[in-house]
Design a protein around this ligand. Sequence first.
Ligand code: NAD
Length: 467
Amino acid sequence: MPYRLLIDGALVPGASSIDVVNPATGQVLMQAPRADEAQAEQAVAAARQAFPGWAALGYGRRSTLLDALAGAIEERIDDFARLLTQEQGKPLAEARGEVMATIAALTYYAQLELEPRVLRETAAERIVEQRYPLGVVAAITPWNYPLLLLMVKLAPALITGNTVIAKPAPTTPLTTLLLGEIAADILPAGVFQTLVDQNDLGALLSRHPDVAHVSFTGSTPTGKKVLGSAADTLKRFTLELGGNDAAIVLDDADVAKVAPRIFRGATTNAGQICLAVKRVYAPRGMVDALCAELARLAGEAVVGDGLEQGTTIGPIQNRAQFEKVLGFIADARENGTIVAGGDALPGEGYFIAPTIVRDLPDDARLVREEQFGPVLPVLGYDDLEDAIARANDSDFGLGGTVWTSDVERGMAVASRIESGTVWVNKHLELPFDVPFGGAKQSGIGRQQGIEGMEDFTQPRIVNAALG
Ligand code: NAD
């Protein structure tokens, strides 16, 4: 049976439907229900109605229900993982990893509580900061990690007492719909709902007067639109946007050791990670050795259908992005030297061989823009100061990495990178208790950690005279 939308506690068909394509085959995988504006309005009204009751339940009861939801997802891990590979493309083991992380996020937040904070207590007065939920939250997500990126919004929003409407990207709606079907039996009507669109309901939700918070993860251009839509009602918002993260390799680094980590950082999920390594700066004398090692790793990668055993890199998630990445490669071929990959694989799937490029000028598209695909430019530097300046010369500021044999030196360089997260000798580690967010045009606000929870609440100062 096709998946259904979850609106006001009921699993319902869409007003129409959309085709969901399996990027490994280029063929329609299945149809998904598409909501119209009337269904979106119905969902907002139901979320609003459910809000006071859900907020009044308190942390203890909400925690029990979220734990029950985590248990129900756990029972369906294999279904989720397979569906995720089919709609998104990532290798099955990575899909399973995403499902496990989704459960871990839910379990983590289900145990947390925002306690009131006593700011001052004297014989004369008591000043306390309380936090109360905002109301209806719209969780708008992209297509690279459809399940995990939803859960890091859903879990903190629900545990703090908000109700949530999830709106996935139209090319990866299925795992969100499956989550809705499971939640329908566990959460009260209107507390969590799913709306699938064709890129047309995000704006409606972002400007809706009854939506109190928009938690958005996606591209910087769309994030700017959300910011504009939210202005009219001054609603709260979190924007997790694009990145162009630099990896800076220091002259004391061991190439054989760092190359596989950089390669993984650039090609996991076929490079479709906001925090992927998107450009590498290496000492000029190290560029030959690093490129040779990266090219060897690119040659060893197994690009294919994520359901096939042995696949290490799956397809690009959708045709539009596939063509965009090929455009970056064409530009790189004209302006630099391709040392590995450089082509799409034959067939109907959206496969691109991992591609390593060198000798590009700093103003090349692949250096300035976000490629969001398995294509990595390696740039030489003569002077570390120059490398830091070039790494920071970007409108983006999401993440970054530093690779070295001397961790103190690495930390000193990391402290000069204008980004929300900088790793030294590690990458893509985002513990749920550590806040995460972008600098510059990579975002506004924080997700994860206590700060991420607080984002879904309004602080209220209660200031009382005693005696
Ligand atoms: P996108 O901006 O095209 O779409 C994201 C979501 O926004 C989709 O659900 C889409 O339907 C919706 N949307 C479209 N128009 C809208 C509007 N006017 N108002 C509100 N919502 C609207 O992004 P994408 O192509 O799906 O995802 C890739 C991008 O996401 C990359 O730039 C990547 O770096 C970024 N990303 C960022 C993070 C992070 O945490 N910073 C994580 C993952 C991905």
